[in-house]
Every structure is written in C-alpha cells, then in structure tokens.
Design a protein around this ligand. Sequence first.
Ligand code: SAM
Ligand code: SF4
Length: 327
Amino acid sequence: MNSQIVDKFGRPHSYLRISLTDRCNLRCFYCMPEEGIELMDKPSIMSLEEIISISSTFQKLGVDTVRLTGGEPLIRKNFDYLVEEMRNLGLAVKLTTNGILLDRHLEHFQKIGIQKINISLDTLDKAKSVFITKRDYYDRIMSNIQQALEMGFQIKLNVVLIKGVNDKEINDFIELTKDQNIGIKFIEFMPFKGNKWDWSKGISHETILKIVSEKYGKVTALDNPKHSTSQNFKVEEHKGSFGIISTITNPFCADCNRIRLTADGKMKNCLFANAETDLLTPHRNREDLEKLILETIQQKKYSRDGMDVKMDASQYENNRTMTSIGG
Ligand code: SAM
Ligand code: SF4
C-alpha cells in the first residue's frame, strides 16, 4: 500500500521509529548528559496497548515497518508480547538495542521471524567500554552478540565515532567483517540537548573511508537500499560490509521516509525537530489521530528540521536528549 503520510515535498512515510522508554541501563556519554535526565513520569508513558493501537493507526495510513528503540527498549516489561502483537498487525519489526538483555529474547525473535537486530557497540576494548557507557556490561554484550550470530541473526553494530575515544578502532571493526557476515554502521557524532557536541570531536564520512582504504585498498560502494540512512561499502573478499551514517557531513534527507514517536506519545517529523504533536492525549480522549498525523507531516522540513546549512545550537539545545527522543 502506498503511504498516505506524504509531506509537502512529496515524500511518502512508511517507517515509524518508536521509543519504548526514556530509561536506560547504560549512560553513554554522547547520548545521556552526565547529570542524567529528568525521567518521564510513568502515567505519561504509552502503555503497550496504546503503542499497539497508535501503531495500527499509522499502519492504516501506510506505515509498514516499525523500529523499536529507546532509551533501552529491552528493559520494557512484556517486550516479547509487544513485538508479537506488532507482528500480528503485519508490521515488519526491527530493533535497536545495547544488547545487554538480548539473550532473554533471541529464541522468541526466532520463533516470530525477527531476523535483523542493530546493536550499539562503540569499542572492542573493555576498559574503554566502561569509560563510554559508565557501566561494566562489556562481556555480557559481547557474549550476546556472539550468541545472536551463532543463531543466524543478521547483526549490525552501530558505532558512534568520537575523536580520541574510538577513532583508532575503525579498522578493528572492519576486521570483524572479514570472516563474519556482520554489518558495521559508523555513525557521525550528532548534537542533542546536553551532549556537549562539538564537530571537532567528530569523524567524517570522508575520513572513515580514507582510513579504511589506506589499510585495505579497494573499497567497493554497494547499492544502497531505498531510503537507506547509510551509504554502504564492502572491503573486497570480506564476508560482511560496512556503512556510514553521515548526518553531519552528507545528510540523507532527500529520500526520508521516517517518522518518530516518543515514549510519551509525541510525533516528531525528524530527529532534530523541536516541534512535537501529542498523539497520546487525543488517543486517550478517543479523538481521531489520522487527521492529526496527516496535518503534522505537512510541517516536516526538507532537511535536519531546517538546519540545512549548519547545526544550530539554539535549535538542538532546545531539542530533547537522544535517549528521550529514541535514536
Ligand atoms: N539503547 C539502544 C542502543 O543504544 O542501541 C537504543 C537507543 S540509542 C539512542 C540508538 C542509537 O543512537 C544508538 O546506536 C546510539 O549509538 C545512537 N546515538 C545516541 N546518541 C548519539 C549521538 N549523539 N550521535 C550519534 N548517534 C547517537
Ligand atoms: Fe542508553 Fe543507547 Fe543512549 Fe547508550 S546510546 S545511553 S545504550 S539509549
């Protein structure tokens, strides 16, 4: 079905990223401000039934895929029930997780046909992992990644590159693609409220490609799936591949098909959008959400919510933290 959720640039939207919670069992410094965040109070968070019902409204309008994220989505109680209900609606379900609790869910995912999982892993060094995440879960995450690979899941590792922290590990991650069919997604460091963003700490698309080519020689550009947020590549002879999400240096907005729903039920047209439309209150009042969704998408700006030329601090500092938007 063609999506009816079409913005004023003619882009149909068929992909909904749902944040299940703003809570997390890690404290990655680029995502969570050091002082923590003011957490949403429980009654303001969508219940599982509300998530299912609002998702089905989006589906009626043409959404066919949801990505469950957060905060950490796997800390949400009855997560397996939610995923099963989403699958029963006929939605494709994808997941982005830090991997800590993954082992509890893998068998169920296999049973209901979830194949693709994105796991955040910024370093292959245990001490550095503790520095980045402020928690000591490295061994558990690595063992869960191994288990998921052995069970045949298609795994992508999300790596946010930060100068002086993990930029020397780019080729260590590429090495993982040599004998395993694994995908690495290098992500340019993005600005959100309170994350002390400064592009001088970022590693650009161009630099990443240069570092990989210097070691491996020819790097082949792959065909990117429609609406892909990453540009994808492969080192010759390697089983796996890698991609680069270059939101800062080379944004991929032209073909954007994404909408976001925060854990407290606010629709956001873009990761960087300050404007939000409350869907949860009207849903609780049994009002019509379809009209509201179709009106909201008309406000979508072409690229990075209007930060087309540069990342403007007065805009992103008034956005939410990444953990409460849902990455
Ligand atoms: N907790 C889950 C996880 O870490 O995968 C899901 C939520 S997390 C917010 C989703 C993704 O956003 C992760 O891959 C994370 O690395 C990425 N992310 C968070 N803050 C970011 C930032 N400032 N710049 C780029 N990516 C960021
Ligand atoms: Fe938690 Fe994911 Fe943010 Fe890390 S990136 S603090 S795991 S939400």
